[in-house]
Write a protein that binds this ligand. Sequence first.
Ligand SMILES: Nc1ncnc2c1ncn2[C@@H]1O[C@H](COP(=O)(O)OP(=O)(O)OP(=O)(O)O)[C@@H](O)[C@H]1O
Ligand SMILES: [Mg+2]
Length: 472
Amino acid sequence: NRGSANLFGWTKDEVVGKMWVGRTFLKEARTGGVLQEISRKIEAQGVVEYQMERVRKDGSRFQANAIVTTLQDSSGKILGFLEIARDITEKLRLEKELRETKDYLENIVQSSVDAIVTTDPKGRITFVNKAMEAMVGVSQKDILLLPISRFYLEGIDEARKIMGILREKGSLQNYDTFTLRSGKKIPILLSASLLRNETGDIIGTLGVFKDLTEMKKLEEELQKTQAHLFQVGKMRAMGELVAGVAHEINNPLMAADTFIHVLQENLPEGEPNRQRLELIQKCHSRIAKIINHLKDFSRQSKLDFRQIDVNEPIENALLITGQQLLNHGIRVGKEFQPDLPKIRGDSTQLEQVFLNLIANAKDAMEAAGRKKELTIRTSLIRHSGWNDIEISFQDTGVGIAEENREKIFEPFFSTKEVGKGTGLGLSICYGIIDAHGGRLEVESRVQEGTTFRVILPVLGTHLGTALEWMEA
Ligand SMILES: Nc1ncnc2c1ncn2[C@@H]1O[C@H](COP(=O)(O)OP(=O)(O)OP(=O)(O)O)[C@@H](O)[C@H]1O
Ligand SMILES: [Mg+2]
């Protein structure tokens, strides 16, 4: 017919009764027995469909799909064959394009760092990408057809709630919730939408789970930093106030002291008022001590930064307190990491910090009344880009009650009996360490003991020199 003339390029006159159909096949098909095979199949089945490259009159080739049936007379005798052939080059090209598009989209979905999941309208999972498999810890083949509610913290209730919002609004964005990996909560941000077919019927849902674990961690860090900054600010304001007050008290105190001296000189030996004056003097020296503390606290004395070895202020602090600790039955363990890099700091001020921490540990262990052990450790902590030196003081004292842990760095907070503690020790330490660009951290278990950690940054030689140069 005209169709076959168009397809193969031969006119009706050129072929009817003259040409063997085999010429429209490739030479290999003719000689390789493929044609014979097709003939056999047609005779056996009456009809056969195949796809093969065919040849036009001008020798060009094309992919064809053909159906061949037998032509029979009424008695069933085969009279000939009827072939309906079609050029499927275009169809194959479209199929290939479709396959490539599909692969491309699949690749995008699988490469997504966010977990992607689809369900049918009943909430049974129909697809998950690799990120989803990793997030919930279940492989693609085990997850299919499981209800999505299994992966919500609040299960079916939450799945219903989400579906409710989807039905009402069509989509859901940035819904804060949790998914589960072997029972463990993972914070996620969920966005979801309904999937519809061409006629608008709901055929399922699409969900994107964004893992917030990392972000939550950063948020926590930020909160900590904010709290720290707040604390520092509070201390500064307090420092100024305290400096003023200390100064004001100091002058009249000195004057009063002089008068006491004069009175004492004028009273004869054995006079009972002399003893009273002595008591007043003792009170005065206590006040003077507090004022000294206050001055330290407000850091009136400017810090004197140098390149120092942290072992130096630690050893100095131990030199001063060593005998006292021994007298109180306290064993001191030293675990010092050798060859620590030098830091930029004020040795005297750091010694002050260590003395305070040691004094606190001693008091806490006295109060606990069991085996008294103070362990002092130093170590280098490497971060990417900078290093810290950590000096920790671990005691076996009474520990710090949870509700007090926030307050201990505040000036004047003390649990010690009146007259024993001013409550300034730790706030002074805090101020000094802060001025060194470091941190003071505490970890404590009631009735077990407390560890204070002083963390000081190790400045790279370049930065250290630059800072010194700027200060000079
Ligand atoms: N190692 C520790 N073990 C248990 N509690 C501690 C320890 N260090 C500090 N504390 C608690 O923190 C409070 C505040 O300590 P801080 O050093 O600021 O003041 P203080 O020791 O009471 O007085 P000061 O140091 O001025 O003599 C203490 O009263 C105590 O309750
Ligand atoms: Mg103290």
